[in-house]
Design a protein around this ligand. Structure first.
Ligand code: NAP
Ligand code: MG
Length: 496
């Protein structure tokens, strides 16, 4: 396990020397200490990133040259996939197979963006058809500059990859701050060092959001902020960015609906519903945490859902056969339990779960929970719980389902299940959300745009859209005729 900051291609201790504890959420043991960067360390990281961008030529490399570094990073991650996945488990708590999937996907993300970089070498700029034939014009894409990337704890290495890979391909240099709760694997991204990535192109600073994170947000040398996390912090970052007109992209929370019509296969629906809320202990921004089921199958579906939810094996993510690990932290555990209590007080019924499982005195474990009779105006129905807690309610017709689904200040994801493809497409079109799934929930592809409507964020990650997050658009217009322009004429000529 690394114990230093990665700045300018070197491992260094923070200038003021503070540390914070790394806690394994399955055991509550302190397993490591990491450096708590301050504004001075962030300053050094931004200076290194600026040098790499302004002087050392990272943005001047060809796409193929940058792609070669990214492919080497992808290979480096893959070679150590199991080891990095185990670090993710002891830091975040998720079951090992899920962590292994995350790490493979992080490597795949570097490969995918390397491919886009290679394609961009043939890109001489998009020609623009002008209304005046005396000019030609084209639009070229150029890197924004130094990107500050601030990420949450639910998919530590994967969220880092979603930002670092497109930023580097665009030609930006990066200062990355992982969440304090899960910083172990972001430091492993310094695999970049073995990939001979030039110094300063990627810098990793660990530390708290309020100190290290805020220092990145406020730094005049940072041109672009890419953030994934909670709405309140996202709002703060956007406000701060406004001071220097920094570019901002935000991936925030959600309270995503899943509409199941009564022609759906109940077993299939139960499986997707469970995947949509219990994967990663429900700590998923796009979790389909509000399930709406048509009344013809509501009773039977709920009975099957509760039956299957009770079978989920809970335990330390390093053990075999575990489907649900602990929540990430004591605070998160308390918050989710508090949200369940508040739902109960507001009139909801706990159909299953809702408490610490028997036999787990240590670790931040929580039974997977299904809530029914959740009042529409309650926090449980409206606010993100970010834990393994599902709210389910019946509906009678399509219009009611769409209305209930869209009645939210969030708009990250939405899902619909029906054997009637015309109806499913109609509902998909009606959803006010950035990601819509038909007959499934949560499949995520590096090639497809990811991000939300409304308060779920601004901008899109992944795919070509993710690359655009790190690019400026430059118009280049040329005067191409021998004719004089004729705007400025001497008074004597004008008089003739
Ligand atoms: P968070 O509290 O907003 O923290 C996210 C990151 O921001 C962490 O690295 C945090 O640092 C840092 N931070 C906190 N205050 C800051 C400040 N003043 N200036 C700069 N950085 C600051 O969110 P979280 O609790 O980690 O994550 C859960 C939330 O993220 C949920 O609401 C979830 O929906 C959302 N999320 C969204 C997506 C998506 O793709 N849309 C993906 C994952 C999560 P420290 O924690 O280290 O102090
Ligand atoms: Mg931890």
């Amino acid at each position: 396990m690394r114990s230093e900051l990665y700045i300018g291609g070197r491992w260094i201790s923070p200038i003021k020397g503070g540390t914070f504890d790394v806690v394994n959420p399955a055991t509550e043991d302190v397993i490591h200490k990491l450096p708590a960067a301050t504004a001075e360390d962030v300053d050094a990281a931004v200076a290194a990133a600026r040098r790499a961008f302004d002087k050392d030529g990272w943005p001047k490399l060809s796409g193929a040259q940058r792609a070669a570094y990214l492919r080497a990073i992808a290979d480096g991650i893959r070679v150590r996939q199991q080891e990095i996945a185990r670090l993710e488990v002891i830091d975040n708590g998720k079951p090992l197979p899920e962590a292994a999937w995350d790490i493979a996907n992080a490597a795949g993300c570097f490969d995918y963006f390397a491919g886009l970089a290679e394609q961009r070498d043939n890109d001489r700029g998009e020609p623009i058809k002008l209304s005046d034939a005396r000019f030609t014009s084209r639009a070229v894409k150029e890197p924004i500059g130094v990107a500050g990337a601030i990420i949450p704890w639910n998919y530590p290495l994967l969220m880092a990859a979603w930002k670092v890979a497109p930023a580097l391909v665009a030609g930006c240099t990066v200062v990355l701050k992982p969440a304090e709760l899960t910083s172990l694997t972001a430091l492993e991204l310094a695999i970049a060092d073995e990939a001979k990535l030039p110094p300063g192109v990627l810098n990793v600073v660990t530390g708290s959001g309020s100190v290290a994170g805020q220092a990145i947000v406020d730094h005049k040398g940072v041109d672009k902020l890419a953030f994934t996390g909670s709405g309140p912090v996202g709002s703060k970052i956007m406000t701060a960015a406004a001071r220097d007109i920094k570019r901002v992209s935000l991936e925030l929370g959600g309270k995503s609906p899943f509409v199941v019509f009564d022609d759906a296969d109940i077993d299939e629906a139960v499986e997707w519903i469970m995947f949509g809320i219990f994967w990663n202990q429900g700590q998923v921004c796009s979790a389909t945490s509000r399930v709406l089921v048509q009344d013809g199958i509501y009773g039977e579906l709920l009975r099957r859902l509760v039956e299957e939810t009770r079978k989920i094996t809970i335990g330390n993510g390093l053990e075999d056969g575990i489907l649900l690990g602990p929540l990430v932290s004591k605070r998160q555990h308390e918050q989710v339990l508090g949200a369940i209590e508040a739902a109960r007080a507001a009139g909801a019924t706990v159909a299953c779960g809702g408490r610490r499982p028997d036999g787990f005195e240590r670790g931040y474990f929580l039974e997977p929970t299904v809530l029914t009779d959740v009042p529409l105006g309650s926090d449980a129905w409206r606010e993100e719980i970010f834990g393994p807690v599902l709210c389910i309610r019946p509906f009678s017709d399509e219009n009611e389902a769409i209305e209930l689904a869209n009645e939210s200040r969030f708009g990250l994801a939405a899902a619909v299940m029906s054997k009637d493809d015309v109806r499913a497409e109609r509902v998909a079109a009606a959803f006010r959300a950035g990601i819509v799934w038909i007959n499934c929930s949560q499949p995520t592809f590096t090639e497809a745009p990811w991000g939300g409507y409304k308060e779920s964020g601004i901008g899109r990650e992944l795919g070509y859209w993710g690359l655009e997050n790190y690019l400026e658009t430059k118009q280049i217009t040329k005067f191409v005729t021998e004719e004089p322009w004729g705007w400025y004429m001497k008074p004597s000529e004008a008089a003739q």
